[in-house]
Design a protein around this ligand. Structure first.
Ligand SMILES: *Cc1c(COP(=O)(O)O)cnc(C)c1O
Length: 484
């Protein structure tokens, strides 16, 4: 019966219920789709009962690990709990059934939401203008680098160098390169902060700007930011902030007040939009006065009580995505911000910081702490001491899976040997943090007493230790039941 229904839908014999009558094409579908592309027969879909389908997907979802199942302490990823109300709101028919080519007057509600989100992000970041277009953090970085480059071009000076600290996320130098500039590394000092002497040594008339992550990927707040800002603006270069770690700053510090000219936000991290597996994400950019005429288009404006898509920004870097950004992600982030309110956002950041520092206290004696500076919302441990037992942090990460926990980020940032980067987020309870600390304690004991157990972990997951090299070199993602 379903086959029949799908077949009829395909042929246009049944009108799509969701389209308003006026937008249903005049011509029946068969004439819009050339005859030779139309099915002659219903598709051969497997005949299974609803209960079998439901059981199949529930079985798959329970074999997988996800944030609805337990803690997900991946450093730098802010894998916080995704409130279910975000999903309800993003699925409202008025949002979910829009077509991107609908005329503006028929999508006023969606544009209003986007406009208000732009305003909220301006307030949160302390910047003067926002574009919601970029589809991920890295895409926002590219937008930022392109704006900075064009800004200099327009001033009549060619600048081709972006400074990037050695603790930065790999996407930073990649974005610089794609934007046609060259990434030059700035060293971190013993506190995990930008080494000012090295920074000074790398300043010259080719420097277009600096890309800072604040707090850094070590979870450390860059406390000499005012000095850095003076040096960078002193040579007419611009300040880029990688805002992936904004969860630590919400309601406490505004990047605009620190002197940044552009910041990308990862809505899918800071504002609880589900992510992982490559998207869809959302990486809006917020800019200072200097860059407001360069934003990617379109930007939503309010004109006489109506909302319009503005594409006439004087020096825009242009379009970066087919339409307007990942709209459903914008709806989720907007819902989350309104749910929290101004006070709530600050509490989110404070609790994220408290949780990370609590977990650091519970685990610091187990491994090595490479930087003594007190961290903000995440921290980095080093598994270097375990090498005495020929155990690597990858083995620790794999063993954590046996405890029903997701592993933290490993081997990043690159400047820490055997790095284990832990970000519990504000949404975990003290009991959950204690459980994680307890598991890590037992694993470190096992490393001494039975290292082989760790080297062969995980032992209790549906898929055991995978051959990562083979997975990279001979990737096979075909659906094939025999592979089980
Ligand atoms: C996640 C992250 C990025 C990249 O963001 P995507 O949305 O994954 O493209 C950049 N910088 C830092 C510090 C990050 O944590």
């Amino acid at each position: 019966m379903y086959d029949r229904l799908i077949f009829e839908l395909d042929r246009g014999d049944i009108k799509n219920n969701y389209l308003p009558a006026s937008s249903v094409p005049e011509k029946p579908l068969p004439q819009l789709v050339p005859e030779k592309f139309l099915r002659r027969q219903p598709p051969k879909l497997p005949e299974v009962a609803e209960n079998e389908v439901v059981r199949h997907f529930i079985a798959l979802s329970s074999r997988n690990y996800h944030v609805d199942k337990g803690m997900y302490p991946l450093g730098s990823c802010s894998m916080k709990y995704n409130p279910k109300i975000n999903e309800d709101v993003s699925r409202l028919p008025g949002f979910a059934h829009l077509h991107p080519l609908q005329p503006e007057p028929t999508v006023q509600g969606a544009l209003k939401l986007m406009f208000r989100l732009q305003e909220l992000l301006k307030e949160i970041t302390g910047m003067v203008a926002v574009s919601l277009v970029p589809a991920a953090g890295a895409h926002g970085e590219l937008a930022g680098c392109m704006m900075i480059r064009k800004y200099h071009d327009l001033q009549g000076r060619r600048r081709g160098t972006m400074l990037v600290p050695d603790s930065a996320h790999g996407t930073n130098p990649a974005s610089v390169t794609i934007a046609g500039m060259r990434a030059v590394t700035v060293r971190s000092d013993a506190d995990g902060l930008v080494d000012l002497e090295d920074l000074k040594a790398k300043l010259n008339e080719d420097v277009a700007g600096i890309m800072l992550t604040n707090p850094s990927t070590l979870g450390i707040f860059e406390r000499r930011i005012a000095q850095i800002e003076k040096l960078i603006h002193g040579i007419d270069a611009l300040m880029y902030m990688d805002g992936a770690n904004l969860n630590a700053l919400l309601g406490i510090v505004r990047p605009g007040d620190l002197g940044f000219d552009v910041i990308h936000l990862n809505l899918h991290k800071t504002f609880s939009v589900p992510h992982g597996g490559g998207g869809p994400g959302s990486g809006p950019v917020a800019v200072s006065e200097r860059l407001k005429d360069f934003l990617p288009i379109p930007v939503v404006r309010e004109r006489e009580g109506r909302y319009v898509l503005d594409t006439s920004i004087p020096h825009t870097i242009g379009r970066m995505i087919t339409f307007y950004g990942n709209f459903a992600a914008l709806v989720r982030a907007y819902t989350y911000i309104l749910m929290a309110g101004a006070e709530g956002l600050r509490q989110i950041a404070e609790n994220a910081i408290i949780n990370a520092n609590y977990l650091l206290k519970k685990t610091e004696h187990l491994l090595e702490v490479p930087f003594k500076t007190r961290p903000m919302h995440e921290f980095v441990l080093s598994g270097e001491p375990l090498r005495d037992y020929e155990v690597r942090v990858m083995d620790v990460a794999k063993r954590l899976l046996d405890f029903g926990l997701h592993a933290p980020t490993v081997y990043f940032p690159l400047i820490v040997k055997e790095a284990l980067m832990i970000e519990p987020t504000e949404t975990e309870s003290k009991e959950m943090l204690d459980q994680f600390a307890e598991a890590l304690k037992q694993i470190v004991r096992e490393a001494r007493e039975n290292p082989e157990l760790l080297r062969r972990a995980p032992h209790r997951t549906p898929v055991r230790r995978i051959d990562e090299l083979k997975a990279n070199k001979a990737l096979n993602v075909r659906f094939d039941q025999k592979q089980d």
